[in-house]
Write a protein that binds this ligand. Sequence first.
Ligand code: NAD
Ligand code: 89V
Length: 339
Amino acid sequence: MKVALIGCGFFAINHLHAWSDIAGVEVVALCDSNPQRLSEVAKDFAIAEVYDNAEALFAAGGFDIVDIATTVESHRALVEMAARHSVHVICQKPFATNMKDARAMVAAVEQSGKTLMVHENFRWQSAVRTAVDELRNGAIGTPFFGRVSFRSGYDVFSGQPYLAEGERFIIEDLGIHILDISRALFGDVLRMSATTRRINPQIKGEDVATMLLDHEGGVTSVVDCSYATKREPETFPQSLLEIDGERGTIRLDAGYRLTIQRDGDSEARDVAPPVLPWAERPWHNIQESVLLIQQHFIDCIRNGQQPENSGYDNLQTLSLVEAAYLSASEQRTVDLSEI
Ligand code: NAD
Ligand code: 89V
């Protein structure tokens, strides 16, 4: 399968390494509107075909999949262009800045008959995945409470300066991942309420958010995130989990320690992710999930299945982001049917 990648920035390097690790996949073309970045990445990954605009890339064709690794403002135009050119699409999160765009993008690819997946990779982190699988396999019976927590003081702004500049920050960039983990664990959501704070005076958006979710299946979950939490050991970029079920509990604690307690027994496991040859700590957790989600996408295309993180599925995660901002600004509980 031939892949063209648009957006050769900070995170796209992980996509490119992951594509090289997947059998039967080759990145044949790169596109970036920044010529210097484009030529550096093309040289590093020995990719000869390069374009400084997406129209020219699509006009040239010769690929089955487009991997969109640009920031959110370009996503709608690029996804719709991909749909017009009838290729499979993988698009980075956040998929869109609003629900109207997101729904139009899903509809456009649906009409083309191709596969659309949002690169929502946190639920693919192997430690998180183990907890999801244990819960789904009934390890603690029916769950009734959950907490998905991401608290850090890590400087994300030096690698991704745009994160300091937007009106929206932590819910749209990071909260989106942990809201998606909550959906993977407990299903879709009926109502939610949220509070937000900005602690770091040097950024524009909120860097702390606390959300309370009422899931369709009856679970209540607390989803909390912060980039203002200065503590040791620093846990970036780990999502910590607490799940209570009728028969026991599942905990994913700092340092990738999974504990399952059931009917009086307790089992502790080290679920630390591998450090892939091209990965580096502390990002190795995220980097492994990039490989796993991209492999999932290829498997789905080959088997004619919808990805777990299809565009359609991601509308639910995105609607939680919108609901959180609405709830925080109006200081009220939001019913998801409003979004
Ligand atoms: P970046 O700014 O470093 O890179 C984006 C690149 O896209 C730039 O080189 C820019 O020139 C190029 N670009 C922008 N619009 C373009 C267009 N229309 N045509 C061609 N090139 C264009 O950004 P980044 O930090 O790599 O983030 C990219 C996306 O990845 C964001 O949506 C971000 O949220 C996401 N991200 C995801 C994770 C994750 O774990 N899933 C981690 C980090 C970033
Ligand atoms: O995953 C992300 O989207 C990143 C980070 C982990 C730094 O929040 O922006």
